[in-house]
Write a protein that binds this ligand. Sequence first.
Ligand SMILES: NC(=O)c1ccc[n+]([C@@H]2O[C@H](COP(=O)([O-])OP(=O)(O)OC[C@H]3O[C@@H](n4cnc5c(N)ncnc54)[C@H](O)[C@@H]3O)[C@@H](O)[C@H]2O)c1
Length: 367
Amino acid sequence: MTEKKIRVGIIGCGVIAKNHQQAFQAHPHAEVVGVVDVDIRRAQDFAAQWDIPNAYSDVAELLASGIDAVAICTPHPTHEALVIQAAEAGVHVLCEKPLSTDFAATQRMITACENAGVLLSGMFQRRWWPAAQEIKAAVEHNPAIMGHVHLALHREHSYYTRDAWRGSWDADGGGVMMNQAVHYIDLLLWFMGDVVEVSGRLNSFKHADNIEVEDSAVATLTFASGAMATLNLTTSATPAFGATVHVTTRDGSSMTLLESPEGTEGRLINNGHGDHIDSTAAYPEGIVPNVDLRTINDQLIPFHTLQVANFVDALLGTQQLLVDGPEATKALRTLLAVYQSHRTGQPVLVGNTPAPTTVRVPEDIGI
Ligand SMILES: NC(=O)c1ccc[n+]([C@@H]2O[C@H](COP(=O)([O-])OP(=O)(O)OC[C@H]3O[C@@H](n4cnc5c(N)ncnc54)[C@H](O)[C@@H]3O)[C@@H](O)[C@H]2O)c1
């Protein structure tokens, strides 16, 4: 095993930066050597808290300090410029989700990293739940034909008002789909393949006074294989339930991932053999709590750690990178198609091939 240590910088010292710090520190061949934030006090406090030698307010200084890789933990609108700046400095990039809120921007980011010969990865740490990997292994041999994502999450109004960039189309790029559901749509697509057609509707039921984006969405997705799935998503639930991702496979078996409460490790509650394999009551008292955001993010650390390990190992040449740039844009493209469908009231085609179907509806069905 190599003795080389990957020298890492963290860009953005807000809420999620701690997950990256702990994840990189947990790897025997990585060390965080510098952090940067436009608010220098945040960078200095973070560096002091985690014993990191260097704190900057200028990204260029961090990039010139001899680092091999950066973790980008800043608001979405800043991702494109930062990824391209890092690539041009010859520094590998792990960027928080979503890579961008604009699909064309993600393509520019991917091209910049390819041209510079650096790795680009997008953070989708839920792929490292053992239960998610179990479903992935099962659908490799037994493809999924039907899928569903159900998200009933709770967000306070303060979640949207705390940071100026939250809740607007310009900065946040969307609501429940762009920020929360992107993780579960990513899992669904990882299990089911490429989407070719999307129809959807949006609304804001609880947060409309504070945000211009959606707090709720429904959609139907059709895949290149002919498989079909539905989305049912909201941050208006009180109390929260959490998330489920469900697939039924060609041989008729069904598998359900349950993340409840939000932030806890996704469990496989029934497997492809029809067994109900996890009957543990999530809430013995029958009450589902509204979990606060810091608790949610803390509980994600083990899975940030596993994805960061994959990123570091890919840099060391000992593992294949699981979520590369193109892979990290698939869920984004699908949810952007839901926005487009809501805007136009029409289905949106996102692939060149129409999905196969064996069903022909008679012309006169009498409505
Ligand atoms: N993977 C996950 O489960 C997960 C969870 C939470 C957040 N996120 C993502 O992480 C990103 C950051 O979210 P957050 O909640 O930590 O945000 P935050 O607002 O708490 O922190 C962002 C920090 O970045 C700094 N910053 C802004 N622009 C900068 C720039 N150009 N250069 C340097 N620093 C800059 C801000 O001053 C702030 O300290 C978002 O894209 C979000 O979607 C991912």
